[in-house]
Design a protein around this ligand. Structure first.
Ligand code: C5P
Length: 233
């Protein structure tokens, strides 16, 4: 079986565990997402340790947001790791996004739109004039116009963003839950991975629905990733 369009969220504070997760799943997982906790704890050496056990792509989820000069420096600082995806907050604006794009030519600079943890009330309070959906669409358009190759959005925004940015940008969505998942965890408004892909996403971010199977061992985790992948290939 070939790899599925799954980004596995490697959310663990232990490097040895992260490496075991990758070994157990890399026949089925296309991309590994390493976030702030991972990167601030293990740094470039941690990313290299993951690279040593898989040729899968790396999604460096650093959600950069600063003045263009600083973001450019940060993007250059990680460019030797050649992540396939590097996130920036699209609300940092076109100049900041463009600075990241110019600093990391081999990477898809990935615009994060509106965090799904924000309520409509939060979105208004922060100062957005539109609701979360329309703000996410505007931010996606700004990001793509500034050179971003990928967008992160909630499953509920995929269709509107795909219609707004056209077929080329890679749309990545967290907040998905397989139909047989025991719990939604803290994900409020979910879609199944298959529904997200058929709505227009290119990649789905999945964490706990796969990683929780680790408590039953590596073989169980491998089976779980194969099962979820089989629905997407
Ligand atoms: O365990 P779970 O499948 O919920 O993991 C989803 C991953 O996607 C986590 O790393 C989480 O931080 C991330 N994420 C999310 N919702 C967003 C943005 C990122 O769940 N809006």
């Amino acid at each position: 079986m070939s790899k599925a369009p799954i980004v596995l969220a490697v959310d663990t504070p232990e490097l040895a565990t992260a490496i075991e997760w990758v070994k157990a799943t890399h026949d089925y997982v296309s991309v590994y997402k390493l976030g702030l906790e991972f990167f601030l704890t293990f740094g470039s050496d941690g990313v290299k340790a993951i690279r040593d056990v898989t040729d899968a792509d790396i999604f460096l989820d650093l959600k950069l947001h600063d003045i263009p000069h600083t973001v450019s420096g940060a993007a250059k600082a990680v460019s030797h790791l050649a992540p396939r995806f590097l996130t920036v907050h699209a609300s940092g604006g076109p100049a900041m996004i463009k600075a990241a794009v110019e600093a990391s030519p081999k990477t898809h600079v990935t615009g994060v739109t509106i965090l799904t943890s924000l309520s409509e009330e939060d979105v208004t309070q922060i100062g957005f004039r539109q609701n979360a959906l329309d703000s996410a669409v505007s931010l996606a358009k700004i990001a793509v116009a500034a050179g971003a190759g990928a967008i992160v959005c909630s499953p509920l925004e995929i269709a509107a963003i795909r219609a707004a940015v056209g077929p080329t940008p890679i749309i990545i969505t967290p907040g998905v839950r397989p139909a047989d998942s025991a719990a939604a965890d803290d994900q409020a408004r979910t879609m199944t991975p298959k529904a997200a892909i058929s709505t227009g996403a290119n990649l789905v971010v999945i964490g706990r629905p796969i990683t929780q199977s680790w408590s039953a061992g590596a073989a169980a985790m491998r089976d779980r990733s194969a099962h979820i992948a089989s629905d997407l290939i």
